[in-house]
Write a protein that binds this ligand. Structure first.
Ligand SMILES: Cc1cc2nc3c(=O)[nH]c(=O)nc-3n(C[C@H](O)[C@H](O)[C@H](O)COP(=O)(O)OP(=O)(O)OC[C@H]3O[C@@H](n4cnc5c(N)ncnc54)[C@H](O)[C@@H]3O)c2cc1C
Length: 283
């Protein structure tokens, strides 16, 4: 199908872009999701604003003592190629590696993946487990504001960005191990269910994608893991109790039944926690 008619603007300043998005223009970054959605007429914006030539938006990763900042124009390929990311945030590298094909990774941006807010989006799931904070600015804002990624996502492919742009994203640097895993029917497909677990001393995040309208954290499991030494695994009884929490609300769709997706989720969780515990055992 062809997209419905739309106008296209390619501003070079943030102020111009914000005026356009405030009037309803849809930001276009790598176009890897947006163009398909336009062709399917899933969304029909009257105007697109290309954000790739805005001087104030960064295409770089910047390392700060307490956080890593990812600019709005950073692509999955850039993240994947960065050795420091692989060392400090290996779960982000794993999520980027499992995303799409070379072309999609070369053009698609990390922030585009987040802003589309698909409940199974690789980077969104991995970044939620990283406690990411998004720097957001709208036309009415004198300065950019910081919004926790968890608060930005409001439901199935919806955010509370309104007409604002995501300028960058910050991830706190802490000593932690983490794993991103997914189950998909075939390689390069969007995952059916995906999971990211990040665990440090006194800290744990567990985020599932594909089990609800938005990625979900498992707070009970997080609290339990945070209270345990890293090398300690869970008892069978604890697993059984925690799996209740995994029984979220997976959608019934052409890909499979809710019960099957829950079964996949439990197995992903079991394997991931076992692997993290073994890694802690080995130093
Ligand atoms: C063949 C194929 C396979 C794919 N496989 C996967 C996969 O396995 N896993 C996965 O997660 N995704 C997958 N995708 C989806 C896609 O690659 C990602 O979601 C991509 O990262 C989107 O980034 P983009 O820069 O292309 O965003 P765009 O498509 O340009 O935009 C996506 C959305 O974000 C908004 N947006 C973008 N940047 C900003 C910003 N700075 N501020 C505010 N709003 C913004 C846009 O308005 C739009 O709503 C696949 C896509 C294709 C075509």
């Amino acid at each position: 199908m062809r997209p419905a008619n739309f106008s296209y603007a390619c501003p070079t300043t943030l102020a111009e872009a914000l005026l356009l998005t405030a009037r309803g223009a849809r930001p276009l970054a790598g176009g890897q999701t947006l163009m398909a959605a336009l062709r399917q007429r899933e969304i029909n914006p009257a105007a697109l604003v290309d954000i790739r030539h805005i001087g104030e938006l960064s295409a770089a990763l910047s390392w700060h003592p307490d956080h890593l900042a990812i600019g709005a124009l950073v692509t999955h390929a850039q993240l994947l190629a960065d050795a420091r990311v692989a060392q400090a945030f290996p779960w982000l590298t794993q999520a980027a590696r499992a995303l799409g094909d070379v072309q999609v990774r070369n053009r698609g941006t990390t922030l585009g993946n987040v802003c589309w807010a698909d409940p199974r989006a690789n980077m969104l799931v991995a970044l939620l487990a990283s406690d990411a904070v998004v720097l957001v600015q709208g036309a009415a804002d004198a300065v950019a504001r910081r919004v926790a990624l968890d608060d930005l996502i409001t439901g199935f492919r919806t955010t509370n960005l309104g007409g604002a742009l995501a300028l960058s994203l910050a991830i706190p640097r802490r000593v932690a191990r983490g794993i991103y895993r997914e189950f998909s029917r075939q390689r390069q497909d969007l995952a059916l269910v995906n999971l990211c677990v990040v665990r440090g001393e006194g800290h744990a995040r567990v985020v599932f994608g594909g089990l609800d309208q938005r990625p979900r954290r498992l707070p009970q499991l997080e609290a339990l893991l945070a209270s345990r030494p890293l090398h300690e695994t869970l008892t069978t009884a604890e697993y059984a109790a925690l799996f209740q929490e995994v029984s979220l609300n997976p959608p019934l769709d052409a890909h499979g039944s809710p019960a099957w997706k829950q079964q996949i989720a439990r197995e992903l969780l079991r394997r991931t926690l076992t692997e993290l515990t073994e890694a802690a055992d080995h130093g």
